[in-house]
Write a protein that binds this ligand. Structure first.
Ligand code: F6P
Length: 543
């Protein structure tokens, strides 16, 4: 039990001693500079400034003791060794092998995986090159201009986010689109813009049974046929990414056009596998490989750096500090970088599906609170929406600011404004503004003064990437994965299963049948009323 570890108890007491201390005392005191120098760490072209956190040297020492007592290094080593760290499914969690070099020698449950990984990567490279170069054509011989990735969750969010992050104006290659939702408007709007003869669909699903993906894939196939693509010609317009060869064949996709991956790759950790096919198509295989290399560099950092310099360890510890000891129920992710606009959604799945659990590895209940709500949008947009709450609201919301040192856009003057705002928000959250400062700024109306006071003492990390290229993005994403893993170890939970998604899926099937006319089944009164309303709206029952 994590909560019975001596360091957990010490941290509880220590948290109480910090209550009433304002971070600006630490910065204004003689140790302000030392604090800034000490609470910074760098790796893989990423710099983490974590000085604006409610921590002291003693807090950090206790957190490292917690990491030690919880067995972070041992569990990390077990994960890298391909042991069955996904205990409920008896699987390895070996996404690091997907970005490895042959000499890294990864094994999943003792079986070497390097050869299989290299073979699939080569298949991805060949196909991406053929599509981008026009060698792979549609049924009538024309080159493919548009690729639609149909997938959801981990088979959508990662590649969609990376494609958005790496897209640059005027790039060569097919346009890549993403369809996830079973709401038909998603697929319909996408297909309405496309010419079937020059469109290719990637049906991307680990299981190849996911309701949304299979519904969209079937509808897309009908669309191709209606648009004049011949039954035989469909083979030029559909490929699959999956672990389920039988289901892919049953759908009618030639297994030769299937890009496999393996059960030791969790959906939310899968963008590095053939799930990243859409990335290789959109950005080119070389840039996909650079993404993998950035992630591999972060893997090596996580595996080898001492805890005091280890970015995933530091961030995972801070996350648990805020959630379990200071009671923060959410964390805001604010990328000051428009191409990273989908990063918060990706991190939501990564952290909340991995660690949104209340049961520990031994089946006992976790009393300390686990994954906070992860949310956010890009800066500066968020400043004009919800930052009010972060500055003057009643909740503690730690923030991760993410920015790049080199500009992404070459429009003059924009990047300095962007960075200035990013840094200013962190400074404002930290310092706040006292009533005396408000008065010193010339405010005479005493009734107004309390409204202009900012409490401050609101924590943030600032993570700076040298630039937004595939390498640094890969490092950032691998950092996020390992940070999530560290949180899970500290909470003593299995970060690699997701049983919590099952019940809703199970209950949806009989409700769908009722909405399609089957006799009513027993439900709670509220759900039964909703079903009746929906049936009435479809004219299925008298109103
Ligand atoms: O329902 C949740 C989930 O299983 C995610 O974990 C996964 O990423 C997503 O659905 C999609 O699953 P699949 O790739 O099997 O279609």
């Amino acid at each position: 039990m994590s909560t019975s570890l001596p360091a957990w108890q010490d941290l509880r007491e220590h948290a109480a001693t910090l209550r009433g201390t304002h971070m600006r005392e630490w910065f204004d005191g003689p140790d302000g500079q030392a604090r800034s120098d000490r609470f910074v760490a760098e790796a893989c072209g990423l710099t983490l400034d974590y000085a604006k956190n409610r921590i002291t040297v003693e807090t950090l020492a206790l957190l490292f003791q917690l990491a030690d007592q919880a067995g972070v290094s041992e569990r990390r080593d077990a994960m890298f060794a391909g042991e069955p760290v996904n205990t409920t499914e008896h699987r390895a969690a070996l996404h690091m092998a997907l970005r490895a070099w042959p000499e890294d020698g990864y094994r999943a449950l003792g079986v070497p995986v390097g050869t299989d990984v290299a073979a699939v990567l080569a298949q991805v490279e060949r196909f991406a090159n053929a599509l981008r170069g026009g060698a792979w054509t549609g049924f009538d011989g024309r080159a493919i201009t548009d690729v639609v990735n149909i997938g959801i969750g981990g088979s959508d969010l990662g590649p969609r986010m990376v494609c958005r992050a790496l897209a640059r104006p005027g790039e060569a290659g097919p346009r890549v689109h993403f369809v996830a939702n079973v709401d038909g408007s998603d697929l319909a709007q996408t297909l309405a813009r496309l010419d079937a003869a020059t469109t290719l669909v990637i049906v991307c699903s680990k299981t190849f049974t996911t309701l949304e993906t299979m519904a969209n894939a079937h509808t897309a196939r009908d669309w191709f046929l209606h648009q004049g693509v011949t039954q035989a010609g469909l083979a030029r317009h559909f490929v699959a990414v999956s672990t389920n060869r039988e289901a892919v064949a049953a759908f009618g996709i030639d297994p030769a056009n299937m890009f496999p991956f393996w059960d030791w790759v969790g959906g939310r950790f899968s963008l590095w596998s053939s799930v990243g096919l859409s990335i290789a198509v959109a950005a080119g295989f070389d840039r996909f490989r650079e993404l993998l290399d950035g992630a591999r560099t972060m893997d090596r950092h996580f595996a080898g750096a001492p805890p005091e310099q280890n970015l995933p360890v530091i961030l995972g510890l801070l996350d648990v500090w805020y959630r379990s000891f200071l009671g923060a129920g959410s964390r805001c992710v604010a990328p000051y970088c428009e191409p990273l606009e989908l990063l918060p959604a990706f991190l939501q799945q990564l952290e909340m599906e991995s660690n949104g659990k209340s049961v520990q590895l031994d089946g006992g209940t976790l009393e300390a609170g686990s994954a906070p709500v992860v949310w956010g949008t890009t800066g500066t947009n968020g400043q004009h929406a919800y930052f009010q709450m972060m500055h003057q609201g009643s909740q503690l919301v730690p923030v991760d600011f993410i920015a790049t040192l080199d500009p992404v856009s070459d429009l003059p003057g924009h990047h300095t404004k962007l960075l200035a705002n990013c840094f200013a928000q962190g400074e404002a959250l930290l310092r706040g503004r006292t009533a005396d400062e408000v008065r010193a700024e010339g405010v005479r109306d005493e009734a107004l003064v309390p409204h202009l006071v900012f409490e401050g003492n609101r924590p943030s990390n600032t993570l700076l990437l040298q630039r937004l290229d595939p390498f640094h993005l890969g490092a950032l994403l691998a950092l996020s994965e390992h940070r999530t893993f560290v949180q899970g170890v500290l909470w003593n939970i299995n970060s690699f299963d997701q049983w919590g998604v099952e019940l809703g899926k199970k209950l949806a099937a009989p409700i769908q049948r009722e909405l399609e006319g089957a006799p009513a089944q027993p439900h709670d009164a509220s759900t039964a009323a909703l079903i009746r309303r929906a049936c009435r709206a479809q004219g299925m029952v008298a109103s």
